[in-house]
Design a protein around this ligand. Structure first.
Ligand SMILES: Cc1cc2nc3c(=O)[nH]c(=O)nc-3n(C[C@H](O)[C@H](O)[C@H](O)COP(=O)(O)OP(=O)(O)OC[C@H]3O[C@@H](n4cnc5c(N)ncnc54)[C@H](O)[C@@H]3O)c2cc1C
Ligand SMILES: NC(=O)C1=CN([C@@H]2O[C@H](COP(=O)(O)OP(=O)(O)OC[C@H]3O[C@@H](n4cnc5c(N)ncnc54)[C@H](OP(=O)(O)O)[C@@H]3O)[C@@H](O)[C@H]2O)C=CC1
Ligand code: HEM
Ligand SMILES: [Fe+3]
Length: 470
């Protein structure tokens, strides 16, 4: 669960105290916005600039000096300048000695330089304490106050006192500081705003691949097969029928893939007899993007629910109903009511609706504002226990929908079973393995491993004991 770490610090300055003076190098977009925000929050702001004339763009009360003069007036300096222009700071080494320099810079490309901008700044001005911060907050957001995106400010630096000073300022501006450790973390912090939804990439590509596969599969079975065998044009199915197969199948498969890494992890832990060995990278990454996988699955389930709503108003469905009724009337054929069929239809629909309800509940509890109100046990109860219940209900929905036809040879077309049969493979596998894992004879050793017990250390211990006995 991703919880934000909020460092609790006093937000306001004591009004009887003299306002703290901060210095900003650079009167560009970011420098001006940061200066304005700090001014609003009670700081006294001075700017260092190549041109020490007061600009009309700066807030009233701001003072502008040459870089060298400004540096002498404050012990904390924000460097709101692009990295390529840092070189002149070398000449100010004396003025900047012992000062805290806050590097706010970003680069246009990931890993553009061998070292991070903050480390480069630390090399240029050796006697200063460099802290990386604020690069994830945009100038526009600072100025407009509309911090719609993240309020998190990643901070890193080698000097803890300097870092704390910067974090105090972050808090005073109403933002959330996140301590990322030493200046070595600057590369990662600088790459962060350049990444485009990194945790969503795997779920996105996976769902696109699944959709494409099932789409082609359904086109072959439901459009090409009737055309080749009966010369029937079923292309109209491309609009609703096939999407309403592909989307729920993708949703169910993705939901199962949310719970698959958990069982693989449990099997690995049992096999290795310890929880202290790292999972392989692919499994680690998979575990970390389960939330995103789950939310993409929820999106597809929503599409299925909406497509299902329109079934009764479809021309094809109404035509078939009219046609069946007319045929029955003409042939004077009886149309008996089968309670078992009614049960079958109602039960798969009801199980689907309940599954969908729990699915939505999982989605709601993944909202930070909701998950922040829950403790760890409550969150795990919903995500893990109710999550499995969701998987059981959705799998049962598809199984019941298949009903008796499920594996009958008559539904094979060119030896291909219905798409939902394929869709059931992963969910059923996950549920069967989970069922085996929760059996006491397997669950108990697993629980012990998770509490820190190690099989190897015990066997090596007993081997040692054996040796000492000899
Ligand atoms: C709509 C939707 C929304 C979701 N939202 C969220 C969300 O907001 N946040 C979220 O985290 N997930 C979310 N998920 C994903 C999923 O529900 C959770 O990850 C859930 O907790 C998985 O349960 P589990 O029982 O499989 O795994 P877990 O119980 O988490 O773990 C499975 C196994 O891995 C082991 N394990 C896990 N981590 C470690 C570790 N670090 N070291 C050693 N062993 C470890 C456990 O001991 C256990 O054996 C969402 C899913 C859906 C469908
Ligand atoms: N804009 C944004 O939303 C964000 C910007 N940042 C970072 O903040 C820093 C400043 O960005 P931004 O304000 O947008 O950029 P601007 O181009 O608007 O401002 C850069 C400032 O650097 C100063 N400067 C010093 N030396 C030179 C030089 N040789 N040539 C040109 N300018 C020089 C100038 O100030 P003067 O004329 O007073 O000397 C100039 O105004 C960058 O490192 C950027 O990555 C980080 C997060 C968001
Ligand atoms: C509001 C809740 C739901 C309703 C009313 C509902 C209804 C239906 C209906 C009517 C069908 C048959 C479609 C057809 O005949 O073409 C169907 C099929 C199916 N549903 Fe649902 N469903 C719901 C939720 C879900 C959820 C949450 C999942 C799983 C994530 C799911 C997975 C499936 C699958 C896999 C099929 C088989 C698709 C096929 O091959 O045709 N459903 N559902
Ligand atoms: Fe989480």
């Amino acid at each position: 669960m991703e919880k934000t770490c909020t460092v609790m610090l006093p937000l306001t300055m004591n009004s009887s105290e003299k306002p703290q003076t901060v210095c900003i190098f650079g009167t560009g977009d970011f420098g001006r916005s940061l200066g304005f925000k700090m001014f609003q929050c009670g700081y006294s702001v001075i700017f260092g600039s190549r041109n020490s004339r007061m600009s009309s763009l700066l807030h009233s009360g701001a003072e502008v000096f040459s870089y060298s003069e400004a540096a002498q007036k404050s012990d904390i300096i924000f460097i709101a300048i692009h990295r390529e222009h840092y070189e002149f700071l070398r000449e100010l080494t004396e003025d900047l000695n012992g000062k805290i320099l806050v590097d706010v810079s970003n680069n246009p490309k990931i890993n553009q330089y061998p070292e991070s901008n903050a480390e480069y700044l630390a090399q240029l001005v050796q006697g200063a304490y460099v802290v990386k911060a604020f690069n994830t907050i945009s100038a526009w957001a600072l100025q407009s106050g509309a911090l719609d995106a993240s309020r998190q400010v990643f901070v890193c630096g080698n000097d803890s006192k300097a870092k704390q000073r910067v974090m105090d300022i972050v808090c005073a501006l109403g933002l959330t500081p996140l301590d990322r450790g030493s200046l070595k973390a600057a590369t990662e912090i600088e790459n962060y705003p350049l990444q485009l939804f990194p945790m969503w990439r795997f779920p996105f590509y996976l769902s696109a691949a699944l959709c494409l596969f099932f789409f082609i599969y359904c086109v072959v079975r439901d459009i090409i097969y009737p055309y080749v065998i009966e010369n029937k044009d079923s292309t109209f199915r491309l609009a609703v029928s096939i999407p309403n197969r592909v989307f729920p199948i993708t949703a169910l498969t993705l939901l199962a893939l949310v719970y698959l890494p958990g069982v693989i992890a449990a099997i690995l832990q049992l096999y290795q007899g310890t929880k202290y060995r790292r999972f392989p990278d692919w499994l680690d990454h998979w575990m970390l993007c389960r939330k995103q996988l789950g939310l993409v699955a929820l999106g597809f389930a929503f599409l299925h629910a909406i497509y299902t709503l329109v079934i009764p108003i479809r021309y094809y469905v109404r035509w078939r109903m009219r046609n069946t009724t007319l045929t029955k009337v003409i042939t004077k054929e009886d149309d008996p009511f089968f309670t078992s069929t009614a049960w079958h239809s109602d039960s798969y629909l009801s199980v689907g609706i309940l599954g969908f309800f729990l699915f939505v509940l999982l989605g709601i509890t993944s909202l930070p504002s909701v998950s922040n109100m829950m403790n760890w046990r409550e969150f795990r109860f919903i995500q893990s226990k109710l999550g499995y219940l969701t998987l059981i209900l959705c799998t049962a929905h598809a199984l019941l929908y298949g009903g008796k036809r499920f594996l009958s040879p008559s539904i094979l077309r060119w030896y291909l079973p219905s798409a939902y049969v394929l869709a059931l493979i992963i969910p059923c596998t996950v549920l069967v393995i989970k069922f085996i894992l929760i059996m006491p004879c397997i669950n108990n050793p697993l629980k012990r491993i998770r509490r820190g017990w190690e099989r190897d250390s015990k066997s090596s211990e007993s081997a040692l004991n054996g040796k000492s006995d000899i």
